[in-house]
Design a protein around this ligand. Structure first.
Ligand code: HMG
Ligand code: MG
Length: 306
């Protein structure tokens, strides 16, 4: 399959990146990050999550984040909503798009959102209805598509079944999440090929965590499968609180370097993202997770914790 001429990157750092940080991050810092990312040229930024603050305290205050960011016309500011309660809060906060999130593994579904896969899909139905009535598009996630921290291997057919349900209930795009980063390029190709039988490739996205160092290779494998939307996180921030040991998403900077190197257009300014990634890494007191940023001299100036 021919490589795409352009790729759309979904910057998930403010959500997937910050949800797993050990130290609390105040609203002002989140707003600053989103605003800096807006200036880099992203067309989609996942800026928060309307989940239970008891489950994910780091995402508390997402409503305030949405109230205070400076929006640029044409940029989608999205958020996770696990149920109608979350959707109503997201709508009140003025989100441009929401995302419901299911899993391909029963055990992970219960750990992450406290219900079975089929119950989660039933909870999403009223979200889809309310979103349609409000004119808000809905994205769908499937987690654990290439392995589960509790169940191990996951069959591609199981991923296809869940992705197909999300597509059928009206999700405009379904992002396949390698939550624990165990996938390898061959498995990634098989996965997308299998899921493409039920969800058109143009409506699929790749979401790769880099725990095993395979994420960039998996992005390339997905490109070869005709996928042209990827989720990534500035400075490789991220992880899932309910997938122990899961490290950050593939670093946005590294994906940009790969894509631009192959002549694939993104509309995003790599140098600007490197600067943002270095600044947020220093603020969080963590090493910069982007190889490209480190090659450009970032990452050796992490401020002390505290
Ligand atoms: P539950 O405890 O079963 O919910 O949690 P419940 O309906 O029984 O309600 C219990 C309490 O939660 C009530 O409050 C509700 O009001 C409150 P109380 O009466 O006890 O004071 N509540 C809420 N509060 C705020 N916002 C809401 C909400 N819903 C209920 N939306 C629930 C179920 C889904 C809420 C919970 O399990 C939850 O919030 N889970 C979120 C987990 C999460 O955010 N995980 C990380 C994101 S997923 C991810 O990272 C993977 C991804 O990146 C892709 C990949 O990498 O694979 C997307
Ligand atoms: Mg994730």
């Amino acid at each position: 399959m021919a490589l795409p001429h352009a790729v759309r990157l979904i910057e998930v750092g403010p959500r997937d990146g910050l949800q797993n940080e050990a130290r609390p991050i105040d609203v002002a810092a989140k707003v600053q990050l989103v605003d800096e990312l807006t200036a880099c040229g992203f067309s989609y930024i996942e800026a928060g999550s309307f989940v239970s603050p008891k489950w994910v305290p780091q995402m508390a205050g997402s409503g305030e984040v949405f109230a205070r960011i400076t929006r640029r016309a044409g940029v989608t500011y999205g958020a996770l909503t696990p149920n109608l309660q979350g959707f109503e809060a997201a709508l009140a906060a003025g989100v441009s798009e929401v995302a419901v999130f299911a899993a391909a593994s029963e055990a992970f579904s219960r750990r992450n959102i406290n219900c079975s896969i089929s119950d989660s899909l039933a909870r999403f139905a009223p979200v889809m209805g309310a979103a349609q009535a409000a004119g808000i598009p809905v994205r769908g996630y499937v987690s654990c598509v290439l392995g589960c921290p509790y169940e191990g291997a996951i069959a591609p057919a199981q991923v296809a079944a869940v992705a197909g349900e999300l597509h059928a209930m009206g999700c405009r795009e379904v992002s396949l999440g390698d939550t624990i980063g165990t996938g390898t390029p061959g498995a990634t190709r098989t996965l997308f090929d299998t899921v493409a039988a039920v969800v058109p490739r143009a409506q699929l996205a790749g979401h790769f965590h880099d725990t095993y160092g395979q994420a960039l290779a998996n992005v390339y494998a997905a490109l070869l499968e005709g996928i042209s939307v990827f989720d990534s996180s500035v400075a490789g921030l991220g992880g899932c609180p309910y997938a122990k040991g899961a490290s950050g998403n593939v670093a946005t900077e590294d994906v940009l370097y790969l894509l631009h190197g192959m002549g694939i257009h993104t509309g995003i300014d790599l140098d600007a993202v490197i600067a943002v990634g270095q600044r947020i890494s220093q603020q969080l007191g963590r090493a910069n997770g982007s190889r490209v940023a480190r090659a450009r001299g970032c990452g050796d100036s992490v401020l002390p914790q505290g």
